[in-house]
Design a protein. Structure first.
Length: 105
């Protein structure tokens, strides 16, 4: 693979995990910033992180959801800014965001 082809295939993979209650806030922020147009959405994600567990059961009835977004470095920077803003706005919600490098085959 040529270097030019290799660079064009490099992407950032972003995994954003958050309470289902925040979906509209994320989608609105993505729309306002013209980002996150291409994503994979998992509507029911259960787990326990550094906030209240979201396990979808009688004890912990809420669930999370997750977006996986493959994007350019520039778009990833903008998405990070949205995540940071929403973390400040919804302090107790436990918004997680992970970034890694991905290569499109």
């Amino acid at each position: 693979m040529s270097e030019e082809k290799k660079d064009s295939a490099m992407r950032v993979r972003m995994e954003i995990i958050f309470s289902q209650a925040l979906e509209e806030d994320f989608l609105q922020a993505f729309k306002e910033n013209d980002i996150g147009k291409h994503f994979t959405k998992f509507e029911t994600v259960m787990g326990a992180g550094f906030s209240t567990p979201h396990l979808g059961n009688d004890v912990w009835p809420q669930c999370n959801m997750m977006f996986i977004i493959y994007c350019s470095k520039d778009e990833a920077k903008k998405i990070r800014q949205v995540v940071q803003k929403l973390r400040k706005q919804f302090i107790t919600e436990g918004i997680a965001c992970f970034m890694s490098q991905a290569i499109e085959l």
